[in-house]
Every structure is written in structure tokens, then in C-alpha cells.
Design a binder for this molecule. Structure first.
Ligand SMILES: *Cc1c(COP(=O)(O)O)cnc(C)c1O
Length: 354
């Protein structure tokens, strides 16, 4: 039996994508060659890269709006420094909503003054700060739209008069937003788009070219734009699987349709967390993530029993991150609602066992 995979990342992808990807490893496009043994400059692979970039912009409704999509390497973590390297002249502002946001902020400090516009560290990042001001002389404002570890999500995208940059690693392509509000979006593929190894960067070209420093080629967005993500050998497998996942998303109604499903899944789990007296939610209700639900047992003594029931039910990857403890159910696009139902059933089963 296939497991119910709640892993936070790398994570579940559509079953049909796994199948298509494994076929391409053996025989890509009926070429009698593997996807991973051909030149990245071959016509077949260039078409994969073009299609993946094009689908990303199309799904985000950013086509013909001055944006470029890139597939880069180094993970979202590389973007923490690339963003600052390319865009921070004097001062940047950051919203500190968790571990990843803190890491992004730390890297930016290597390149200039960093203002923490607001932070939720005072309560172990269990909420999203609101009502803060963004300095109008900042070169940009950086947010993390979904906080994978703590299970919070920015519901209202702030209005800014400075460029808005977002780490969307764990909720890109999961919900409708006005993506044109953002000047740069980045996301490690392995949370909602593909395997580890590729990072999507969607960038509005006119924000570039405004810093004085010299930028090494590999870290320069302009170089990657000019070379269409082929400055060096791209992670061909990760880009290919991302393309397949984006095609799957498009064929299934795009972001509009998946958002409805994601909301059904998150409502199911949060209703149970709120109803079941044995569990309590971690994140503030208003800021709960539709992607990563964090919750704890009211009585830790029940942990061995619940863990055993979860194992018997085939639930994988529900252990919470060490900074939160308890449990975390990651419900990315490809996770079927039946898996969430199984988790809810297991939480209810615990009530009958104690
Ligand atoms: C996982 C994650 C990262 C780190 O991604 P890497 O690709 O491992 O560098 C950064 N930001 C967020 C929001 C994440 O969920």
C-alpha cells in the first residue's frame, strides 16, 4: 500500500508525474536515450526548459508583464544571498516570521543595513505580525509567504511602495494571489513543484541593475536571464519533473482549482484539531497555513499510542520540526484529501483508545 505522505519537503508529487519521470529516465521522448544522458543543449531538453519557464509564468498569470522565470541551483537558501547581492544597495527591510525568514535576514546583513520591520519571535513564531511599517527608503521588502516549520501563512499580502520580494518555497502554486504585486518570487522546487535540486525564481526585470557592486556571474540574475537558465548545466532531472508537475497542475484547472482542494484539506484537519480535546493547534487561528498544519498533543503521555496508530494507518512524515515539537501535516498540492481524512480518522481513533 502506498503511504499517506505528509512529508514537509522533499514531499509528495502526483503519482502520474512519478510514472512519467521514471519512464523518461529509461527512454526520453522515444529517443532511446535517457533524459539524464543527453545534452542540456539538445533540442529536446531546451524545449523542456522553455516549457517549464513558460508554464510557471502562465500559472502565476505573469506572462507578458515584464517577468522572467529562471530555474537555478543552490536551493532557496542560495536566494537568501542572491536577492541581497543583486538588490541591496543600502538598506533592506525584512518580515521575520520564522527560521527561514531569519536565515534570509542574516544573509542580507552581509550586504547592507537590514531593518526588521516586525518579528513574531516573541511567541516562537506562532503568528504573523500585522500593522507594522515598511521604511519607504528601503531597497526592497522581503517576506516569507508560508512558514513551513511553524505552520503560519501570510493571508494578506502587504502593500508596499518599495519592491516586494517573497520566499514562496512552501506555498507557490497553492493559492490565488495577485502575483504582479511581487517583484521577485523564489521557491525551492522540493516543496510543491518537483524534486530537490532546482529553484524557481520569477523576477521582474526592471528591478535589476540598481546596485553598485560587482556580481559574480553565477550569482547574477542578469546573466541567468540572458542565458535563459543555461549559463551552466542546469539540474535537468529536477527541471523536467517540475515541468511535469506544472503540466499536471494546468491540466487539473491550475491554481484556481487546486486552491479549492487545498482549502478543503486544511479545513478538514483544522476542524479536527479544534474539535478533538486530545490535540491543540500551534499557530494562531487567523494565520494558519493551508499547507503545513502544526499541532501538539495536550498530554504528551499519549505520544507512543498515537505514533503507533499513525504507523498502522500508513501515515508518513507527520512528526513536527524540532523547534515546534508535536506534529506537522504538510498538505501540498499533490496530497489527496483521502490522506487528510485518514489522519483525522486516526486522531479520532486515539479518543477510543485512552
Ligand atoms: C525549505 C525552505 C527553504 C530552504 O530551501 P532549500 O531549497 O533547502 O534551500 C527556504 N524557505 C522556505 C520557506 C522553506 O520552506
Amino acid at each position: 500500500m502506498k503511504k499517506h505522505n505528509f512529508s514537509a519537503g522533499p514531499c509528495i508529487l502526483p503519482q502520474e508525474v512519478f510514472k512519467q519521470a521514471s519512464e523518461a529516465i529509461l527512454n526520453f521522448n522515444n529517443s532511446d536515450l535517457s533524459l539524464i544522458e543527453i545534452s542540456h543543449r539538445s533540442k529536446d531538453f531546451v524545449e523542456v526548459m522553455d516549457t517549464a519557464q513558460d508554464l510557471a509564468l502562465e500559472l502565476l498569470d505573469l506572462k507578458d508583464k515584464g517577468y522572467k522565470a529562471l530555474f537555478l541551483q543552490g536551493g532557496a537558501s542560495m536566494q537568501f544571498l542572491m536577492v541581497a547581492y543583486n538588490l541591496l544597495n543600502k538598506k533592506a527591510a525584512y518580515l521575520n516570521t520564522g527560521t527561514w525568514a531569519s536565515k534570509a535576514l542574516k544573509e542580507a546583513k552581509l550586504f547592507g543595513e537590514v531593518v526588521e520591520a516586525a518579528s513574531s519571535k516573541d511567541q516562537n513564531f506562532n503568528y504573523i505580525p500585522k500593522g507594522y511599517t515598511i521604511p519607504s527608503d528601503a531597497d526592497y521588502f522581503h517576506i516569507t509567504t508560508n512558514n513551513t516549520i511553524f505552520g503560519t501563512q501570510v493571508k494578506e499580502i502587504p502593500t508596499t511602495n518599495v519592491p516586494l520580494i517573497a520566499d514562496m518555497s512552501s506555498d507557490i502554486f497553492s493559492r490565488k494571489l495577485d502575483f504582479s504585486k511581487f517583484d521577485l518570487i523564489y521557491a525551492g522546487a522540493q516543496k510543491n513543484m518537483g524534486p530537490a535540486g532546482a529553484t524557481l525564481v520569477v523576477i521582474k526585470e526592471d528591478i535589476l541593475g540598481k546596485v553598485d557592486r560587482v556580481i559574480p556571474s553565477m550569482l547574477d540574475y542578469k546573466v541567468h536571464i540572458e542565458k535563459e537558465s543555461m549559463f551552466n548545466t542546469p539540474p535537468v532531472f529536477a527541471v523536467y519533473v517540475s515541468m511535469l508537475t506544472l503540466q499536471w497542475l494546468k491540466n487539473n484547472g491550475g491554481i484556481d482549482a487546486i486552491e479549492i482542494k487545498n482549502k478543503e484539506k486544511s479545513a478538514l484537519i483544522y476542524n479536527e484539531i479544534d474539535r478533538n480535546p486530545l490535540f491543540k493547534g500551534f499557530a494562531a487561528s487567523a494565520d494558519r497555513s493551508d499547507m503545513n498544519a502544526t499541532f501538539n498533543l495536550v498530554d504528551e503521555a499519549h505520544k507512543p499510542i498515537f505514533d503507533q496508530l499513525a504507523k498502522e494507518a500508513g501515515l508518513n512524515g507527520i512528526n513536527g520540526h524540532r523547534s515546534v515539537g508535536g506534529y506537522r501535516a504538510s498538505m501540498y498540492n499533490a496530497l489527496p484529501i483521502e490522506s487528510v481524512q485518514k489522519l483525522v480518522d486516526t486522531m479520532q481513533l486515539l479518543e477510543t483508545k485512552i
